[in-house]
Design a protein around this ligand. Sequence first.
Ligand code: NAD
Length: 487
Amino acid sequence: MSLAFDPSDVSLTSAHFIDGRYVAGAAEIGVTAPSDGRLLQGVPRGDADVVHHAVTAAGAALRRTGWGNCPPRDRLRALHRWADLIEAEAVTLARLEAICSSRPYADVIAGDIPVSAEQIRFFAEFADKEGGDLVPTSDRQVGWISDEPYGVVAAITPWNFPISMAAWKLAPALAAGNAVVLKPSELTSWSALYMAELSVRAGIPPGLVNVVLGDGEVTGKALTVHPEVAKISFTGSTRAGALIMRNVAQAGIRPMTLELGGKSPMVVFDDADLDLAADCLARGILPNAGQFCVAGSRMIVHRSIAEDLAARLVARFAAERPAATWLETPGFSPIISQTQLQRIDGIVQAACRAGADLVCGGDRFEGEGSYYRPTLLAGVEASNPAVTEEIFGPVATFQTFETEDEAMQLAAHPTYGLCAGLFTRDLSRGLRLTRQLQAGTVWVNRYNRSRDHILPTGGWKASGLGKDLGREAYRANRRSKSVLIAL
Ligand code: NAD
């Protein structure tokens, strides 16, 4: 097995990035590589002073550069140059991503980086095309809705797709004329840091993209409650989203978008194309070892095809082989940390104690690194923890139904509403049911995000508030002002 890169050759920075410069900090938070458990460079835990430095630098940069009210094509051009540079620096960026995360180097090069660059260009194009509106009023007045940036936006991202998550937050905020202070996950800080450096090299004025490193409790909290932060854009767990809402409510109300957890169903009817459904179901849970928010972790299958489909899934699950993220050929991804691996296993064991049948998997792969076997659990009640909890690992439940009503009842989740998938050749049924499903995204005869960046993504219920991607994400980074002038 050849190496895409040697992890011991990668140099890692223990510093924040503020006002266009690295600001060193003590390496307080230990980081290990999930691929083999090796200890990597630690990262600093930015305290309230570091956060204050970054937020005030962002505000000063906005005032100094006039980024929010410059000719919008200037922002558009700068973002295009940044996207180009991100692609040109793909090798360095992909190493920084793969070394500490669950993302295989080859997948980052082939997918995460070009798609993120495409998304930055997508948002850049809004800068000179979206604006306010003149409104109808009497001929003794002129009224319009002016559309303005917020100022300093705080962005907080999770560890599962660090480059993509940073692009989703930074690109619409910058295109819309804001400055950003980004706090990436403490487990996967380095690719976001390098993206910030590249933004300056691309000609985005220093101070508009700042990165503070640290954990949620200290750094993340200090950022969300800083009085000069005008808007918060968060992606992560529902638990942390709720904490942020509480902290912000106590410190001073401000708008926020929250992209949170999910427990998405994939429903297969008896008239579905079974080859297609089996492939989509497998690809709905296996990539990134199930560590993606839209994972289809609840499979809901018509009884008449259940045996056939389960057998196909078991074969697909059993074929997965773990591989370090720095190998040339991507394999099954590691679980981000030992803590998370133990949590996954804990829920699987609790699910079995509560009556679930273990169809396959149910334990870790032998050897170095933290890898968990793809796991299928059948015979689960609606109250089983494997059904109710977001596991965020390669674990799916398999439930069966007879009638459409039963399928929809099983698909509805008491807490989450991020996504749902339907597989049927009857498109009238497919269309009808898209309206019944309580989810922010519904896919029919396919599963997973596409490159249609115009489609917003975001959850209903406890899966979130507001959207990433799409026109909505750009608009969420601007606020309206009603202006009325008497003539
Ligand atoms: P997490 O909530 O533990 O952490 C996410 C980020 O929030 C990290 O940077 C963390 O340091 C920070 N944080 C934690 N507590 C905080 C607090 N009190 N104040 C401020 N910041 C805080 O999530 P994770 O384990 O990194 O990521 C996995 C979760 O993210 C899953 O629940 C997954 O569904 C969700 N996710 C959702 C989407 C989406 O688009 N809906 C996309 C990716 C991941």
